[in-house]
Design a protein around this ligand. Sequence first.
Ligand code: SAM
Length: 182
Amino acid sequence: MNQRDIVQWIMRKTIKENSICVDMTLGNGNDLVYIMNLAMNGKVYGFDIQRVAIQRTKEKIKPSHRIQLINDSHENIDLYIHENIDFGVYNLGYLPSGNRNITTSVHSTMFSLKVLLNKLNHGGNIVISTYPGHREGYCEDIEIKKYLTTLNQHEFDVLHFDYLNRRNSPPKVYWITKVGKV
Ligand code: SAM
């Protein structure tokens, strides 16, 4: 089972037909397409700082009022999304078949994650894939894990998927659920 299988399994389990979703790192748009097919009557926002990522995503979808692609940093999420979110995904790192020097960074990832957690509906979910095999990815993974460990267990469930027997810094997946109101 690879990282993508885990993420897609979580998506299938958690995204509902009417879910409001956000892809915080569009890249080639694969996650957005997968989300769109699950949230068939919902809404999907997508962020990427690279115009080429927006372009590659556009090539995979039909224009729809249910999809908003935003060519800006996910740090600015509050400028664009004025509603609460049911599902958010981060696939950190650099654009596959793109410029490897343009990667997500600890500061913007952590800042946006805190904003996104505040926008999450009860019962909502966030999935984050980290890639500790490159320098910035290693730092992101450490900071994310450290921060998620501090979340109040009465407010959030946090799960961590790790390959214990794989060499060469395999990806890790974090799954955060905002627990329902009791
Ligand atoms: N989810 C994508 C897919 O399905 O193809 C892959 C994402 S790729 C690993 C990471 C992307 O994050 C890159 O396209 C990069 O440009 C983008 N990125 C980097 N910093 C960002 C930021 N501050 N805000 C939004 N996107 C960012």
